[in-house]
Design a protein. Structure first.
Length: 466
């Protein structure tokens, strides 16, 4: 029991009092959930923002099953709020409708099950895309978004697949033959068991079916790799024909080196993942390990708002072909970038020509040394086997290099890392979105749209409250 002193004089002891915790007495009146959710909670902004959107593509069950359906706007509000707060799994979202007061307020004390949540997410990617655009338009109407410089970057996000489930083209063929032999052996064992009228052959049909399913996976993997190789060759055919024409026109003036035609058959080392065939093995750098991933791209407003203006998914680890879709993906109704900032991974002279012809002012680092030129001290040890930096000879790249050496160019390029990289940091560390839950390129694109939409809503709410 604590003692009480006043002016150094002992006055006695004070009884310790505890808050009464009574779990048995029911509430006298039904609770109003609005009294439990602070007025400045993001849930109010999410509800109002989605309620004011025009979303004609929101899907409902029109077959008339007889059961009441959850309002599609409420379901979209639920997904956005949960993704913005790091709740991605449909089962965890369902649990949050019971345990999270703000989520319970959002759903008006209703509880969609995880299957309903998962189905709604999978079937409403078009509505998510429409909501993404309307959030940007809302930011413009609030005069929070004024597009100027735009930063483009990408980040690798893990696929819902294991890298151990990759199979090479040549290995798939070997396993196909091995499984064919194993199935033939099992069929012989089944015939012998039938002749002996024994009971120990009951598991043989299951083993045959299991091996047949695995063999079908190997055959499908080879077919997919062959189709991918043909598609790649078809996309490279125009470039090959241009190189041949340039060589023929240059005959007698320059060396007539042989130009290899596009290969329409897969190399033996090409791989296919048996769980998610669209995902790829990627690594961030030579110092990092490989992960089964997708390459998430984003174009971010670099002049204050840090809102994502466009996003897309690539199945290629390299960013060399991603600058153009990132810039052209910015909606015209939102505005036009005054300049585009990107690091050296986006160097692509042909894309530069097309973008500049369309009026885009590009600031792209040509070499890694240039992109880190503002780093006065490099803490990494020098490698004795380090290759010398490549000498830039292309006139277009030399012009870009000189552009970035100017005071205005350096000041503008400095905005890149302080605008786009924090966005990925918030998505991956604050929101916790590091891995896709869905499989297949189309579904992954939709889920990346949803994650970027949730980020934009979270960012716009913070900017509006500031």
């Amino acid at each position: 029991m604590p003692c009480i002193f006043y002016g150094g004089v002992y006055l006695g002891r004070m009884a310790t009092r505890f808050v009464n915790v009574d779990r048995d007495t029911p509430m006298l009146l039904p609770p109003d959930l609005r009294d439990w959710v602070p007025e400045d909670d993001m849930v109010h902004f999410v509800i109002e923002a989605v309620a004011g959107m025009d979303l004609p593509s929101l899907k409902i069950n029109r077959r008339g099953s007889g059961s009441e359906q959850y309002p599609p706007r409420m379901m979209l509000q639920l997904l956005i709020y949960c993704y913005a707060n790091g709740i991605f799994s449909s089962r965890r979202i369902e649990r949050a409708t019971y345990r999270d007061v703000a989520v319970r307020f959002l759903t008006a004390d209703t509880h969609p099950d995880h299957d309903t949540i998962c189905t709604f997410r999978r079937e409403n990617f078009e509505a998510v895309s429409q909501a993404f655009l309307q959030v940007l338009q809302l930011a413009r109407s609030l005069q929070i978004l004024k597009i100027g410089a735009v930063s483009v970057d990408g980040t690798h996000l893990k696929a819902n697949a294991s890298k151990d489930k990759n199979v090479r083209y040549d290995r798939a063929g070997e396993l196909d033959q091995q499984l064919q032999r194993d199935i033939a052996d099992l069929l012989d064992q089944a015939d012998q068991a039938d002749q002996r009228e024994a009971d120990d052959g009951q598991s043989i049909p299951q083993e045959i079916a299991r091996r047949e399913r695995l063999r079908e996976k190997m055959q499908q993997a080879r077919r997919d790799l062959e189709a991918r190789a043909k598609s790649r060759a078809a996309s490279e055919q125009a470039s090959y024909e241009k190189k041949v024409r340039d060589r023929d026109e240059c005959a007698g003036k320059c060396g007539g080196k042989k130009i290899q035609p596009p290969q329409d058959t897969p190399d033996d080392h090409e791989q296919m993942n048996l769980t998610d065939a669209d995902s790829r093995l990627m690594r961030k750098s030579k110092r990092e390990g490989y992960t089964q991933s997708y390459n998430g791209q984003a174009a971010v407003d670099a002049d204050g708002s840090q809102l994502i203006l466009s996003n897309h998914i690539s199945t290629c680890a390299s960013d060399a072909n991603e600058l153009e879709p990132a810039v052209t993906g910015i909606p015209e109704s939102v505005g036009r970038a005054s300049s585009v900032l990107a690091d050296t991974g986006y160097v692509n002279t042909e894309a530069f020509e097309r973008l500049e012809a369309d009026g885009n002012d590009l600031y792209v680092a040509v070499s890694r040394n240039e992109s880190h030129s503002q780093r006065r001290y490099d803490y990494r040890p020098r490698s004795v086997t380090e290759k010398p930096a490549k000498v830039v000879k292309d006139a277009r790249l030399l012009a870009m290099q000189e552009k970035l050496k100017t005071d205005a160019g350096r000041a503008l390029y400095a905005k890149r890392k302080q605008s786009v990289e924090p966005v990925f940091g918030i998505i991956k560390s604050v929101m916790g979105f590091r891995q896709f839950l869905l499989r297949g390129l189309e579904k992954v694109r939709g889920e990346w749209d949803l994650a970027c939409l949730a980020y934009n809503v979270k960012r716009l709410w913070a900017l509006k409250a500031a």
